[in-house]
Design a protein around this ligand. Structure first.
Ligand code: AMP
Ligand code: MG
Length: 403
């Protein structure tokens, strides 16, 4: 059986970033840049005032007080057309362009006025309160590199730099296929021995949270013909994600049926709990991720492996899987598989958050999974752990949207 790290390395080696598409800057939150963004303009585009006050020539005020004559005004967005000569100044406001001839700003608190006569009570340093052209960035500078996940702040920066349309990675297109004679789509009639295909809904949503576009293809029955027909429906997607039928029971058909349809198997089976039966490969030019059917196994595997696959398609660099937390209770030794325990997370202002696992950890228990904030990871063969020990967790609150 593969370790998680080995499986992730195989996924990353097998998946290339998708092509780019043009997007308008205001629509690009959470998208991944396909190209660098280079400033078209300098910011600010010319020298401007950082304060409300008077634009002066510092040499005119070797000592305070000094008297100057106001010859005009430079409000933001309204350039003063003239030139400030010796003994002269203009009124200026924050963001106003520094007039020709002026080199410094005296803030209005340091002045008194008498008609057009301005008394400067504090001698300015040369360049005081002036934001020179390009203080923030100069035209031609690379501001955001390809493969950057765009935050709200990045969008502000890109638009200030004059980037209106630019290329981001196309969203991965994912087909979600559930399998099993006992599962039926939400809203469809069902017999007492059937359950709702919660995975059909959850997997589409997991994929969306991770930055992909996803469509449910419904449910394949546990018959080879049904599975083959659904495989045809998936043609053209970037990745097919299946749930159920991944083990080697009599009714677990993914490997055998897809094997006959040209599946190039990357790996099968991971030493983890929940989620041991996991299939990764390529079929018909699509990536295939075959997840176990138990809803919590599906969710945990999606949080680790579907996330990695989508990140690769988006061209995102690999991020650490785990964060640190303190254990909220004592735990016994772990067995032969990496264990992911559903847990509540209590934040702290001054210390790591505390992760407290639920008492029952059955992989069919959707209510506890929905209530969980994180997964506590326990290493293969780990000894007993004590309350307060530092443990590795996978937080479940990930989203591509960032401030
Ligand atoms: P399987 O991996 O096909 O053996 O399924 C394992 C367990 O997951 C069974 O109890 C199934 O009923 C359940 N299961 C399989 N597919 C789904 C699904 N789409 N939604 C909810 N539960 C499922
Ligand atoms: Mg099944």
């Amino acid at each position: 059986m593969l370790s998680i790290d080995e499986a992730l390395a195989k996924i990353r080696a097998a998946i290339q970033p998708l092509a780019g598409e043009e997007i308008f800057v205001a629509d690009a939150l959470g998208r991944v840049l396909a190209d660098d963004i280079i400033a078209d303009v300098s910011h600010p585009p010319q020298a401007v005032s950082a304060m409300d006050g008077y634009a002066v020539r510092a040499a005119d005020i070797p000592a305070a007080p000094a008297q100057l004559t106001q010859i005009g005004e430079a409000a933001a967005g309204h350039v003063f057309a003239g030139t400030v000569g010796q003994g002269e100044c203009t009124r200026i406001f924050t963001g106003g362009a520094l007039p020709q001839g002026a080199d410094s700003i005296v803030i209005q608190e340091d002045t008194t006025t008498d008609g057009d006569t301005i008394i400067i009570n504090e001698a300015p340093e040369l360049g005081a309160w002036v934001r020179p052209k390009g203080l923030d960035f100069a035209a031609g500078k690379t501001l955001l590199a390809a493969d950057t996940l765009l935050t709200a702040r990045d969008l502000g920066l890109a638009s200030a730099a004059g980037a209106t349309w630019f290329r981001v990675r196309r969203k991965p297109r994912i087909a979600v296929l559930s399998t099993g004679d006992e599962v039926v789509m939400p809203g469809a009639p069902r017999r007492p021995d059937q359950i709702v295909s919660s995975n059909s809904v959850a997997l589409v949503a997991y994929a969306q949270v991770l930055g992909a576009e996803a469509v449910s293809l419904g449910v394949a029955e546990d018959r080879p013909e049904s599975l083959r027909a659904k495989l045809k429906d998936a043609a053209g997607f970037d990745m097919l994600v299946t749930s159920g039928g991944a083990s080697v029971g009599d009714h677990d058909l993914i490997q055998s049926v897809f094997g006959g349809e040209g599946l190039d198997l990357g790996f099968y089976k991971i030493a983890m709990r929940p989620g041991k039966p996991l299939i990764f490969g390529n079929i018909g030019g699509m990536h295939l991720l075959g997840l176990p059917g138990n809803p919590v196994s599906t969710g945990v595997c999606a949080a680790i492996f579907m996330r990695a696959a989508i990140e690769c398609m988006l061209g995102l660099p690999a991020k650490p899987l785990y964060q640190a937390a303190r254990l909220g209770c004592d735990l016994g030794p772990n067995g032969k598989r990496l264990d992911f325990m559903r847990a509540k997370l209590t934040p702290s202002d001054t210390d790591l958050p505390t992760a407290t696992p639920f008492d029952r950890q059955d992989s069919s228990m959707l209510a506890a999974f929905a209530d969980a904030d994180c997964l506590i990871m326990r290493e293969i063969g780990a000894g007993p752990a004590r309350q307060g020990d530092v443990v590795k967790i996978i937080p479940l609150g990930f989203s591509s949207l960032q401030f």
